[in-house]
Design a protein around this ligand. Structure first.
Ligand code: SF4
Ligand code: SF4
Length: 387
């Protein structure tokens, strides 16, 4: 079967295995087929040698978290993210991988009012203990959300779909921080309700492209060139890759406007007032899509350092926490084992707080009793005297 992987990309892997220690699914299973090298070998067998799609092959591709921890570890520069995205999209399109439940669940993401209504009902169900535990829903899903109010038109703050329904307070904190630096902020709110990151992750290529096109159109009216600041690592990573996803000059130009909020603030830190740091020791959890895909995890330290007593590094080489979009719901066993390694690394340094810049990671870690805060919430508290 043609997996529609670029032959040069596929052949760039020399099967050295240096990526193996950086792969969470290999670390918890020890199974070569669940490593980057093993998965690439299986891609070659299918695409180059016509191997049939067996349940073992399906399992290998299906259980990749798509954390892309293997990419920076690879001395040959193998673009693993592109390989697995093509593979999953082709197999999903051919019915070899099932994405029907995800497609159904994600169809609501483009309808923000419906999503908010459903989220409020879920919040009630969680409080009444009616929601199944295996869904891993946060206990503090909001029943109400303060409205978005634009304060100017210097920058957009991309607010997205699930994060806006479940963690809108983080957007408000990010907006207050940007305003404290002297910028007028336009939250994108219902203007651009979903970037398509979850669809890309699930192998739903056509849906992802349609969400990307809608987002570009909504935020580029009349030649609008404002920066688009993103406070969710997963959304930011997906939007920075629109050029590859859509293959157009317009998408490439749009992607150039996308900037992670920590990355943006690191460039404008001098505009924030000097304040007393919060009296807390904070461990930084690097979301994979910030560290491995966007490569801007250093900015999190830069912007947090002036506002907290001490930053603590985890001794786990930035290994994935196992969240991976809907991965933790679809593969709770492996996701739980991967998370246990992260929780061990956190326990070893005994922080007062854990900072995470991705809603999926924070919700997944909360399922193991680790409460996280977004870096912007900490900075906002320090700036506004809520120590
Ligand atoms: S992906 Fe890179 S590091 Fe991993 S086996 Fe292939 S060449 Fe080696
Ligand atoms: S993306 Fe993550 S889970 Fe998938 S092969 Fe690479 S390191 Fe392993």
């Amino acid at each position: 079967m043609d997996l529609r992987i670029d032959a040069e990309d596929l052949n760039s892997c020399v099967q050295c295995g240096l990526c193996l220690p950086h792969c969470p699914t290999y670390r918890v299973t020890g199974d070569e087929a669940l490593s980057p090298r093993g998965r690439i070998r299986l891609m070659r067998e299918v695409q180059d040698h016509g191997a049939p799609i067996t349940s073992e092959i399906r399992h290998a591709f299906d259980t990749c978290v798509q954390c892309r921890g293997c990419e920076p570890a690879c001395p040959s520069g193998v673009p693993y993210g592109r390989l697995i995205e093509s593979t999953r999209e082709t197999l999903t399109g051919a019915g070899e991988l099932s994405a029907r439940p995800q497609r159904l669940a994600f169809s609501v993401l483009a309808y923000p009012r419906l999503l908010r209504l459903g989220s409020t009902l879920l919040a009630v169900a969680v409080r009444l203990r009616l929601a199944p535990k295996r869904l891993g829903l946060p206990r503090d899903l909001p029943l109400r959300r303060a409205r978005h109010v634009a304060s100017g038109d210097d920058v957009y703050l991309f607010t997205g779909c699930v994060m806006d329904a479940w963690q809108r307070d983080v957007h408000h904190a990010g907006q207050r921080v940007m305003e404290a630096a002297g910028f007028g902020v336009t939250p994108t709110a219902d203007l651009a309700p979903c970037c398509g990151a979850l669809h890309t992750h699930a192998g739903l290529g056509p849906d992802a492209r349609s969400r990307a096109e809608a987002t570009i159109a909504a935020l580029s009216v009349d030649g609008d060139r404002r920066p688009i600041v993103v406070d969710s690592a997963g959304c930011g990573a997906a939007m920075k890759e629109y050029g590859h996803l859509l293959g157009t000059a317009e998408a490439e130009s749009f992607a150039q406007r996308v900037v992670d909020i920590q990355e943006w603030l690191a460039d404008h830190l001098h505009r924030l007032p000097a304040v007393s740091p919060l009296d807390v020791c904070v461990a930084v959890q690097d979301p994979c899509h910030l560290r491995h895909v966007q490569g801007v995890h250093a900015a999190t330290r830069t912007v947090l350092a002036p506002f907290v007593h001490r930053l603590i590094e985890l001794d786990d080489d930035g290994l994935c926490c196992g969240a991976g979009g809907a991965y933790s719901v679809l593969h709770p066993g492996i996701a739980g084992d991967v998370r246990a390694r992260k929780v061990d690394a956190i326990d070893q340094v005994s922080p007062d707080l854990v900072a995470s810049a991705n809603p999926g990671c924070s919700m997944h870690l909360a399922g193991a009793g680790v409460e996280t805060v977004h870096p912007m919430e900490l900075i906002d508290r320090a700036l506004h005297g809520e120590g």
